[in-house]
Design a protein around this ligand. Structure first.
Ligand SMILES: [Zn+2]
Length: 378
């Protein structure tokens, strides 16, 4: 990677470390056949905790890829808060190790616990002059909302970058979340079970980590977002490097995968993957699966919305709870009808749009209860 050429020592060290560990683990694999190295949990589509072991070569490969992605954004003189929820535990572990290799100062706080709730996380960010926050898009939004409730003076003035891991977020929404922090966003695509799958490039695309992963999609459909011969379907990953379990992993993530011969504007030859949401939250239509990520992209393309948004799949479409960025008053009905129409034309789904009014009295939004759908304008 271009950034690492400025510091070949760390690149060589990491590669050597990875190669060494692979040889060690290869011997272990041959002896025992089972070398589960690190336990973590993720939440399946039904909300149940599911166990996963990440083997040491996979764990190290993810660290190497994350160092490559972060290098140039986070440096040794940075102080980084890592606030990832428990269900993204692997992402948190990998982020800690990768940042340690870069040499940054780390404050790992987790989230939603009694010792370090959100207000204390904000307090730590201010007290230690945090320059980067590693978290999920929804936690970044919750923390930003807390800043607005407490007053702008509680925002840490030193923050320059926001690293988002573990959840898919439409690019327009991601940029609006980062703007709340006045920080540069950097989004890394991973799943709860495979924490680093694709890393961002200067052209704004996500490149598959092909040095250790190969990817395909199951039940391929024509792409909706990507021109050309890209395919859409459930992302299936397989380890491409030595001594990692090469059983295909069905990730439950809906993605579009660029054809191998199509090159990104950045010049990187690795395949581009466009994540669009979880299969469990997608709706089957006459023209294929439509995900919450598709809905996000269409709505942020066509309406000026606050990044606070909830999208719930129904049998025939989606229920969207959202907030216009400006108080449009009586024109809300027209505003929402336009959104419903864009979703019908762009995605072929019926939807309801409900306006949520963000109050300054608590961390959670309250609903004023105005629902617009395709059949019943007020
Ligand atoms: Zn690129």
């Amino acid at each position: 990677m271009a950034e690492l050429r400025h510091d070949p020592d760390i690149y060589d060290t990491l590669e050597a470390l990875l190669a060494l560990d692979m040889r060690v683990d290869r011997a272990l694999v041959e002896r025992s056949g089972n070398i589960g190295a690190r336990y973590g949990e993720w939440v399946d589509a039904f909300g149940a905790p599911r166990a996963r072991f990440l083997r040491r070569p996979e764990f190290l490969a993810c660290q190497v890829e994350l160092v490559r992605a972060l290098y140039g954004t986070i440096a040794a003189n940075d102080t980084v808060i890592i606030a990832l929820p428990y269900e993204l535990t692997f992402a948190g572990h990998v982020a800690e190790r990768a940042l340690e290799l870069i040499g940054a100062t780390l404050i790992g706080v987790g989230t939603s616990n009694t010792i370090c709730p959100m207000p204390r996380t904000l307090g730590l960010m201010r007290r230690y002059g945090a320059s980067s926050l590693v978290t999920s898009s929804s936690r970044a939004l919750e923390l930003a909302r807390l800043v607005s409730l407490q007053g702008a003076s509680t925002a840490p003035p030193t923050l320059h970058s926001l690293v988002l891991m573990g959840q898919v977020c439409a690019p327009q929404r991601r940029d609006k979340i980062a703007a709340l922090w006045g920080a540069r966003p950097l989004q890394v695509f991973g799943t709860p079970a495979v924490p680093v799958v694709a890393t961002p490039c200067p052209a704004g695309e996500l490149h598959l980590c092909e040095e250790w992963l190969s990817a395909d999609v199951s039940r391929p459909e024509p792409a909706r977002l990507t021109e050309g011969r890209a395919v859409r379907g459930e992302l299936v990953l397989q380890a491409a490097c030595r001594s990692v379990d090469d059983t295909p992993i069905a990730t439950g993530e809906l993605v579009e995968l660029w054809p191998r011969e199509r090159r990104c504007a950045c010049g990187d030859e690795r395949r581009v993957v466009v994540p669009v949401g979880q299969i469990a939250e997608a709706v089957e239509t006459a023209t294929g699966l439509v995900s919450t990520g598709d809905v996000e992209r269409v709505l942020f393309d066509s309406l000026d919305l606050d990044p606070e948004m909830t999208i719930t799949a129904r049998r025939d479409g989606f229920r969207v709870r959202c907030t216009p960025r400006r108080d449009e008053g009586a024109s809300w009905a027209e505003f929402a009808r336009w959104g419903v129409e864009r979703l019908r034309v762009g995605l072929g789904v019926d939807s309801d749009l409900e306006r949520v009014v963000l109050e300054n009295t608590g961390a959670k939004p309250t609903t004023r209860g105005e629902v617009i759908n395709e059949g019943g304008a007020p």
